[in-house]
Design a protein around this ligand. Structure first.
Ligand code: PLP
Length: 292
């Protein structure tokens, strides 16, 4: 059973002229040029996609978001069919793992060449049964930007999935320092945003709510699927601008992301919260069963 599988895109923006748009490579061998702008400046975009028994989940929405993120960085449009072929091939090699993931990385390329770099790395997922069943403890952290007006600051790349995740990783370390598992960002004026690697989902009776993407947060593929699932059960769904107080009145809350799926929030800033075990289990069963 392979543990890590790597496909390198021949020409990630055009598919290239080679017969194959990608080639498999040894993930343990040196590969990246030290002048690659993805490494030296975090200049590029990425996607992480769940893989269930060899099938990439929500592949179309992830490829569409890769293209949207690239456009926000003025990068050439990624060749969707080349990326799709690479993802499908890597995912297939992980078919013996019930849960795996692939990470797509698309960088601006080696400085001075104008040729983007792209690869797809697949691996088995870590065991997420603990967070899914028992929940995660979350601390609320200020992201330092107001909730409105991010649309007028496009150079801040809010809502793009860029390789510049050092701030997000620092937020996770801060959460650990405070004895929690994860973080939830709020705007400087106190509105709910997203986690460093997840979207927030709130349940209020028969209604599911998530913060609006107008706040400069990532449009989540897992969140979109959670909304579809909820509507299929007769619930209503909405995108809203929510003050931090909405956390207190929420009946149940989750952090949603590909691979971990729905992690119920069991404590916020040290205050315990009730978990909706039935809805969590049903939602995770639905998300895990996806094979598209
Ligand atoms: N928000 C941020 C900042 C993320 O990095 C992620 C995923 O890593 C998400 C939200 C959740 O997105 P998705 O459900 O498409 O994985």
């Amino acid at each position: 059973m392979p543990d890590r599988v790597l496909a390198v895109l021949t020409a990630p923006e055009t598919g290239g002229e080679a017969a194959e748009p990608f080639r498999f490579a040894d993930p343990a061998a040196p590969l990246l040029n030290v002048l690659d702008l993805g490494a030296t400046r975090g200049d590029g975009v990425f996607e992480t996609i769940g893989v269930g028994s060899g099938r990439a989940q929500a592949l179309d929405p992830h490829l569409a978001r890769l293209a949207r993120s690239a456009a926000m960085l003025d990068m050439p449009e990624p060749d969707g069919s080349a990326w799709r072929a690479a993802v499908v091939a890597v995912a297939e090699r992980l078919a013996e793992h019930r849960e795996a993931f692939v990470k797509l990385v698309y960088t601006r390329g080696v400085e001075g060449t104008d040729h983007p770099t792209g690869w797809v790395l697949g691996a088995p997922s870590p065991d997420n049964s603990g967070p899914r069943a028992n929940g995660v403890r979350v601390v609320v952290l200020d992201r330092g930007l107001p909730h409105d007006g991010v649309g007028e600051l496009p150079w801040l790349l809010q809502g793009a999935k860029t390789l510049s995740y050092a701030v997000n990783m620092a937020a996770l370390r801060e959460a650990k320092r405070r004895g929690a598992d994860d973080a939830l960002f709020v705007s400087s004026d106190g509105f709910l945003l997203e986690g460093p690697t997840s979207n927030l989902l709130i349940k209020q009776g028969d209604r599911l709510i998530t913060p609006s993407t107008s706040l400069g947060i990532l449009a989540g593929t897992t969140q979109a699927e959670a909304f579809r699932f909820a509507r299929s059960r007769g619930m209503t769904t909405s995108y809203e601008v929510l003050p931090k107080d909405a956390l207190e009145s929420a009946e149940a809350l989750w952090l949603l992301s590909s691979v971990r799926n729905a992690a119920p929030i069991r404590a916020i800033d040290g205050v315990e919260r009730a978990i909706d075990a039935e809805f969590t289990a049903a939602l995770n069963a639905h998300l895990l069963a996806r094979r598209d």
